[in-house]
Design a protein around this ligand. Structure first.
Ligand code: FES
Length: 92
């Protein structure tokens, strides 16, 4: 589903979800952490990119959430087919 297909309620829910704070110590929301999750494969790299994990608890609270988000990303990647049909494959 693309952003244009979302209902008003779905858009509001998405905005609320992205505003959810992941790193309580630094006040860093999910919307800032997600690009780092997409770009990185380790909690340390996510922390470097998003600024998480450097607050008073040193990642005790946000680390598990970041690990869970990385696991979800990896699980999604693993569940995708190894090869995908592309337009050029279909033309052959
Ligand atoms: S919650 Fe992220 S460093 Fe404490």
């Amino acid at each position: 589903m693309t952003n244009k297909e979302l209902t008003k309620e779905e858009k509001e829910e998405r905005i609320k979800r992205l505003a959810t704070v992941v790193c309580i110590c630094k006040g860093i929301p999910l919307g800032k952490v997600l690009p780092a999750i997409k770009a990185c494969d380790t909690v340390e790299d996510v922390n470097r990119m998003a600024g998480t994990g450097s607050g008073g608890c040193h990642g005790e609270r946000c680390g598990p959430r970041i690990r869970m988000l990385l696991k979800k990303k990896h699980d999604l990647q693993d569940s995708r087919p190894a090869t995908r049909d592309t337009a050029s494959d279909k033309d052959e």
